[in-house]
Design a protein. Structure first.
Length: 162
């Protein structure tokens, strides 16, 4: 494993972006952002990977669809101007299609029930399963906010998760 951030997470996994590469955007985190990424790995990513592995009864990697995004990349992909991805505090994970016995809804519920988090978002999808799961961690205090991203009038809106 090259450039490890934690036992199962590499630097490349958190900053590499095909969109950034195609658009010549330097998506390299600064020292503060990297420290936040390391904390996210310690407090969310590694414990969650262990929970998923335990639930499946075998070692199970998590599949990151997005982690760190510099402001230019975040703007290009239509991210929120206040996105915690830009601070290195958030990760999007997509488990659908990876294992026949584990999906994004199961991941979402594991986070909700067993991980300390700042924000947990059921990203789009259906009532049964989100398209991916967003989870963030804030060293300055976690809100335990649980919301759902939906499209309304052609725009992304965040509503309480029920």
């Amino acid at each position: 494993m090259s450039n490890p951030i934690s036992q199962h997470l590499t630097y490349e996994e958190v900053y590499k972006s095909q969109t950034a590469i195609r658009n010549s955007i330097d998506n390299t985190p600064n020292e503060e952002q990297l420290n936040n990424i390391k904390l996210l790995a310690e407090k969310v990513f590694e414990p969650l990977r262990q929970l998923v592995s335990n639930a499946r009864g075998k070692d199970s990697p998590l599949f990151i669809s997005s982690c760190f995004r510099c402001e230019a990349l975040n703007k290009l992909v239509g991210g929120s101007p206040t996105s915690q991805h830009c601070k290195g505090q958030a990760v999007d994970i997509d488990m659908d299609g990876r294992f026949p016995d584990f999906d994004n809804a199961k991941l979402f519920n594991l986070v909700k029930e067993q991980i300390d988090f700042d924000q947990l978002i059921w990203e789009f999808g259906t009532d049964q399963n989100p398209d991916w799961v967003h989870v963030s961690y804030n060293a300055n205090g976690n809100r335990k906010s649980i919301i759902r991203a939906v499209i309304s009038d052609g725009k992304t809106k965040y509503v309480p998760f029920v």
